[in-house]
Design a protein around this ligand. Structure first.
Ligand code: C5P
Length: 230
């Protein structure tokens, strides 16, 4: 079966307080989205790539990716899951139900080629698929829900992982899972959640903790540092 890449890039990046969405901020004078797309597309062999963009997007035409013949675009949706679903619907007729879809955040430019390879090799024979993830390093506290949060308990972190991307699932199963969540008004923040809601158990593939998602302004300098060291 073939591999397809979906890079949701339709967010508006509210937490960055920037004048443009975070995927269009620059690191080493390149759009974050361009760094992300070229790294993933150059690391693995894909049949195609779909990038859902915001309907108000004014920056894409200025990107390197707009001139990359491997990349197609479509219009994204209100939430990340809506954007991923619209990408899958745009791939309908091109992708087959048992083809693999890799979904990778536009805001994760530091993903390492070795991690991409390890994910694909680890999951090639897996019935469900799975995701890159990193064991939790900090001690975790469960808070009370009062105005001033207090510690209710310390959570056992030995079985807790941070979900990263890419997340890799079969085209048909992922589409069905996202549609099921939509039907049930189930709000989800990654593809694994949709598969879990469908009763599946995605595999966790340990990835590098420096595969950060650019979320707040200080993440920009951190990503530049990580990219310079890799
Ligand atoms: O906001 P957050 O950091 O969770 O976004 C993760 C990724 O999902 C980003 O690449 C963002 O552009 C994308 N996204 C999207 N459509 C939305 C919201 C977020 O494609 N409606």
């Amino acid at each position: 079966s073939s591999f397809w890449l979906v890079v949701p890039a339709a967010g508006i990046g509210q937490r960055m307080n920037a004048e443009c969405p975070k995927q269009y901020l620059r690191i080493n004078n390149r759009f974050i989205l361009d760094i992300t797309l070229s790294r993933v597309l150059d690391s693995l062999s894909f049949k195609g790539c779909m990038v859902p963009l915001n309907s108000q997007d004014q920056w894409w035409p200025a990107s390197e990716s707009a001139r990359d013949g491997r990349i197609q675009t479509c219009v994204g949706g209100r939430e990340r899951a809506d954007s991923v679903l619209s990408a899958l619907l745009a791939l309908e007729g091109q992708a087959r139900n048992d083809d693999w879809i890799l979904v990778h955040d536009a805001a994760r430019p530091c993903v390492h080629p070795e991690d991409l390879n390890r994910l694909v090799v680890a999951l090639a024979a897996h019935p469900v698929g799975g995701l890159l993830a990193a064991p939790v390093a900090d001690t975790l506290k469960l808070a009370s829900d009062g105005a001033v949060p207090e510690v209710c308990e310390t959570v056992d972190r030995s079985r807790l992982w941070r979900a990263l991307t890419p997340q890799m699932f079969r085209f048909g199963a992922l589409k069905q899972a996202l549609l099921l969540c939509l039907d049930h008004g189930q709000s989800i923040t990654d593809e694994s959640s949709a598969m879990e809601f469908s009763g599946k158990m995605p595999a966790l593939v340990e990835g590098r903790p420096d595969n950060i998602k650019i979320t707040v302004p200080s993440d920009l300098a951190l990503a530049e540092f990580i990219l310079g060291r890799q």
